[in-house]
Structures are given as C-alpha cells and as structure tokens.
Design a protein around this ligand. Sequence first.
Ligand code: BES
Ligand code: MN
Ligand code: ZN
Length: 498
Amino acid sequence: MDFEIINGAPVQIETDCLVIGIGADADFTPSAEAIDSAAGGYLKGLLDSGDFSGKNGESQLLRDLPGVTAKRVLLLGLGKAGERSIGKQQTLINAAATTINKLGVASAVLALDGATSDDDDIYRDTRHLVEWSSAALYSYDATKSKKADPVKLEHLFILCEEEQTELAEGALLDGVAIANGVSTARELGNLPGNICTPLYLADHAKNLAEEFDSISVEILDEKQMTEMGMGALMAVGKGSEIPPRLLVIKYTGADESEKPHALVGKGITFDTGGISLKPGAEMDEMKFDMCGAASVLGAVEAVAEMALPINLVVLVAAAENMPSGNATKPGDVVTTLSGQTVEILNTDAEGRLVLCDALTYVERFEPQSVIDVATLTGACIIALGHQATGLLSNNQELANKLLDAGQYAGDRAWQLPLWDEYQPQLDSNFADIANIGGRPAGTITAACFLSRFTKKFAWAHLDIAGVAWNSGKAKGATGRCVPMLCQYLLDIAEEKES
Ligand code: BES
Ligand code: MN
Ligand code: ZN
C-alpha cells in the first residue's frame, strides 16, 4: 500500500471511500461540516436520531450520500476533545484502516483534519496515520502454506490543507520509513527459532548493506569472538549447535569523523533457559527473545531510509540459549571482554551475558550515546505490565530524551532507578560479579549488571520484555521500540541542524 498527500474539497473528491471524523457532542470537523452541508444536513440528522454520537471508537459506513462525489463515507467517532489520548488515537486509526481494508476497495481518502488527537501537530498526526494504518494491515504468512490475501487497499490518500502540504509530505516519508522498520522488526520477531537463527540475523544484516550504500556490515564469528575474549557472549551459545554471531552494522549519514550514536540489541533467537531450563508452558514465546535485535535492525533500516544526517553503529549479540552436554552450567565462571569475571549462577539470565560483551565492544567507536534494547527480565512485566518499556540509564539527559521521544512517538517508556544501593545484590563469592541479583527488583539488578560495562559512555537500557510481543489469540511481535528509537534519532538529527 502506498500513501499520498492531497489537497482539495472533501465534497468533490472522487474515491471509493472518504473517511471523516465527528467528535462527541456533535463536534464537527471542517471536513464533516462540508460533507454535511453538501448532503443537506444528512450527518446532523444522523446525530439527532441518535444513530451516531461521535464517541470514541464508533464508526458508520454511509453509501451514496447526496451531493457528495465519494462513493462511500466512513464516519469515525473521535470522542471528546481533551480526551483524545495517543492510545485512543492509535486504536481509532487501527480500526479505520482495518475497516477500509475489509471493504475491499483499492483506494481511500483520510480527511480527518488533524482531529484524531488533541495536539495540533500536523507532522505528528500525519506520521501516525501512516505508521498505524500500515501496522494495521501487517499480516504474517512466511511459514504458512496458504499465503494471506494481498492487501486490496493500494492507495491511501491523506487530505490536508494546501499550506500544510510540505510538512505533511515530510511526515509521510518519515512515517513510511518508520512503518517499514516496525514491520521488519515484527517479521523477524515472528519467524520461528528454527529459521531465525543467529546466522539468519547475520544474513539479514548483510542484506541491509546490499540495499543501502550508507550501510556497511561486519559479522564476527565464534572464532573471532573467542580470540577477542568475549567469554560471556560465547558462554551463552555453547550449548547450541548453531554458533553465536556479533553483527556490527554501520550507518554513515554524516561526516566520517563524527562520533556515532550506538544501538545494541539482544538477539537470543531462542531462550530455553539453558541448563537452568525454563518451564514448558509458553516456552514457544521465547522465540521472541531476539526482539531487541529486531528493533535495532528495524530502526537502522528506517534511519537509512530517512537518510538522517547522523552516524550510527548497531550491534546485535546473537546466540541461541540451549541445554546440552557442552552447555554452560550454574556456577561456571567466565571472563568477559572487559576483563571482569562473572559467576553464571543462572544460565537463564543470559541476555545480560551477551549484552555485556557487546557493550564493551562498542567502546571502540567512542559513541556519543549507547542504547541497548532487550527482552531482559520477566520482572519488567511484573513492574510495568504490557504498556511501558522499562528505562534505566546512567545519564539523565539521555533518559529524558528517550522518555520524550517515546511520548511523542506513542511508544512510551517509564524510568526505574539505577541506584548504587542495588549493586551489592550482584556480589559473588567466586567472581567479580554474579549474573543474578535475587528476586527483589529483578529489572533493576539486571540493569545494574549491565552498568558495570557501560562506565565509559552515556548509556540507557530499554527492557522490552512486556511490550515486544502479544500473547494469546493475537500472539505476535509488536515492533515496539522502533518508533521510540527512530524519534530519538530524528530529534538528534534535528538538534544538529539547528
Ligand atoms: N528472556 C528472558 C526474560 C523474559 C521472560 C522476557 C519472560 C519475557 C518473558 C530472560 O532471559 C530471562 O530468562 N530472565 C530471567 C532472569 C532471572 C533468571 C534472573 C527471568 O526474568 O526470569
Ligand atoms: Mn533467559
Ligand atoms: Zn532471554
């Protein structure tokens, strides 16, 4: 499906389906007002009769409205002004896109006048229309013998006022790039563990380098990592028949001399827990344990598509965590790339082990900022549920930027403390650090572990355990964090330009 910004009078637009909005208490948007007067008060009649009230989530399809060129008009209830939260906006756009697609029409026009949200940020509204309608039409069929029906909706036009066209067109381009990044992250996340292995992720990175001149890729194999001294990362992959990989992806959008920002993703392509084996129930969902990797891969793709004037290094620490005769055992002590030793008391706390070596490796790029993204702890789901990403950082300025970016992008994080007082939970009798810190504050002690490897740069950790995928009937990866990461990098690019 492609998007296009158009101008014109809603009444005269030739389209299979024109989408307009009405707020609660007969709060007509300009487009709805125009359609109503052309149709001789048809819409007001609908409200008077009580057949439509404009409450959030309501929708009604009208055909052959008198005086209106569009074949169909889809009325959307926008809810009360002042109560149009970003969550409601997302649900609304999702429902609208799904409804239009089900109609089976080839094209539709959104004439929502920026009224789906309470702010009057045309850029943001337009971008969200693009991102969320495209997310609504995503479907997974890679491993089904019967492929999904192709999306019938080929063109989605977004109507805007003439003086806003340039702004809206910029938003559209950014929105398409971010939407593609999200859908890449979802697809990688959804692929099963027997397909999406560390080697598969490495191939994905190589394909990115083929696709974009601005991207180059280097893949470190098990031999190189062992020689280099990545004892923690290697310990996680030991039980698997498939060797680990460290993906090093460089995006160059600014002068070569400019220091990069860095993203680091946890890429456990399946997490059985290793010798500290997980219980069987829902273990299939541990194929999603590479969603941190998926989101940094989605983000770099979007950044390259937007051609942001920044430099970016993206690392993916990819391994499969399996039990076997050769697997790491509880109590084993390994030496990390940083030289610090770690007592692996629980082989299921493997994410921090692959990340710590990647975080030491990233030092060589002298990054301006480093953000790691990981489905790191079940405790994060207990703390924040399935709404917010957990954010912990050694730099409050960076933390604030990410909180703001998440807010703007509708992909929110919530900060947890990274106080020194938690650090003693990681004391070990046999190594410099233990890889677990007991039951209390599991998300924080996991971040404390990582903080031992991030002293040389401004760093933030995003725990996406609760938001990376949905369970149950709607089981599937969400692509969460791609919008936040892209917004953070867009903000940096903008800061640079001004
Ligand atoms: N990948 C899991 C975390 C996870 C669990 C994410 C469930 C989403 C849903 C991680 O590797 C893990 O197993 N963490 C352990 C850490 C514990 C052993 C300290 C956990 O959270 O139980
Ligand atoms: Mn684990
Ligand atoms: Zn894991």
